[in-house]
Design a binder for this molecule. Structure first.
Ligand SMILES: NC(=O)C1=CN([C@@H]2O[C@H](COP(=O)(O)OP(=O)(O)OC[C@H]3O[C@@H](n4cnc5c(N)ncnc54)[C@H](OP(=O)(O)O)[C@@H]3O)[C@@H](O)[C@H]2O)C=CC1
Ligand SMILES: O=C(O)C(=O)CO
Length: 312
């Protein structure tokens, strides 16, 4: 079995070694321009078109959870990957735990009013504030898949009312499920903390805009952990100015790296991280991919296949 690997920033040497160890007998190589030798599987992130074009592969694995960049490239180059070749993505592989840490710490930060105390500290003001109540702190998660469900699971013990929104109805314990566009408004009404974990598709791009934000509870908070294109940044700034939103925590941006002139940098009520909410953990990812390849070779069922029509 031949496996080709391409990632613009990962430690390729580590991956080749770990994959070879996890799949004894497989020949694993780094793909370099001009390499047209046969391969059975391709492991990729932001792949050059020529890496995949014209190859008869058994499967392609995206080295992350989101497949928007590869599907967008496919739109521009439809012959890059035949429809018959399955595309897989990473399901969790350690990203669930990272999203849990991120979401829980930030929800608690807002709930305990650390943002307000930080602002008071800047003015050297000693001023105990009224506590927020859990029942006024409904957390709504946009996207209830692998990562959204993990975030809900981690928030559950803290006692906040929880709800999620997805295409199909969910039955997660202690989480109110809203499904489809018809139920989006009901999901938003009463949501105090909105956490975005949707995939980037034609249906979700620009979804966090003024129309959506205006339906949230007053003094709400937004946490964007998915993709920058989900959020209309100008609408977010308007909602912060109007008082509809009290704060935002952003990990992803319409343009990355975020340009120096973006007003988000200096906004006192916007907290930011540079697209690090959950990164690919190499050991877990290698073990997941090796397991999936082994199952595919045996003709056994696997998970993680992307529905290219659906876009995630
Ligand atoms: N910032 C970061 O560091 C990282 C960001 N990400 C982002 O997080 C995203 C989510 O990952 P993951 O949880 O693994 O993805 P999943 O595919 O497991 O979950 C996606 C969820 O979104 C729902 N959904 C999709 N389209 C719609 C729609 N039109 N209307 C309503 N709900 C919709 C799905 O509904 P249903 O269940 O009904 O299909 C599903 O619940 C990734 O696509 C990626 O962009 C991922 C990793 C790291
Ligand atoms: O896996 C993904 O989709 C990511 O965004 C990783 O940062």
């Amino acid at each position: 079995m031949d496996i080709i690997f391409y990632h613009p920033t990962f430690d390729t040497h580590y991956w080749l070694k770990a994959l070879s160890a996890a799949l004894p007998g497989a020949r694993v190589r780094e793909w370099k321009r001009g390499d047209n030798q046969p391969a059975d599987y391709a492991l990729v992130w932001h792949p050059p078109v020529e890496m995949l074009q014209g190859r008869e592969l058994k499967a392609v694995f995206a080295l992350g959870a989101g497949v928007d960049s590869i599907l967008n490239k496919l739109k521009a180059h439809p012959d890059m990957l035949a429809d018959s070749i399955p595309l897989f993505r990473l399901e969790d592989t350690g990203m669930g735990e990272q999203m849990q840490e991120y979401a829980v710490s930030q929800v608690l930060h807002w709930f305990r009013r650390f943002d307000d105390y930080q602002a008071l500290k800047q003015q050297a003001r000693w001023e105990p504030l009224a506590d927020y109540q859990r029942e006024d702190f409904t957390v709504g998660i946009l996207g209830a898949g692998v990562l959204g469900s993990k975030v809900a699971e981690a928030l559950a013990p803290w006692g906040f009312p929880l709800r999620c929104w997805s295409r199909t109805r969910k039955a997660y314990p202690g989480v109110e499920s809203f499904a489809g566009t018809d139920e989006l408004s009901s999901f938003l009404q009463g949501t105090r903390v909105l956490i975005n974990l949707l995939p980037n598709t034609g249906e979700t791009v620009g979804i966090i805009n003024s129309t959506l934000l205006n339906q949230l509870a007053d003094n709400s908070y937004v946490m964007n952990l998915a993709r920058g294109v989900h959020l209309v940044e100008a609408d977010l700034l308007k909602a912060l100015e109007s008082g509809k939103l009290k704060g935002a925590m952003l990990d992803v941006y319409s343009k990355e790296p975020l340009p120096a002139e973006s007003p988000l940098w200096a906004h006192p009520r916007v907290a930011m991280t540079p697209h690090v909410a959950a990164v690919t953990r190499p050991a877990e990812a290698v073990s997941y991919i090796a397991h999936t390849i082994t199952q595919l070779e045996k003709g056994e069922p696997v998970t993680g296949r992307v529905d290219r029509q659906r876009g995630y």
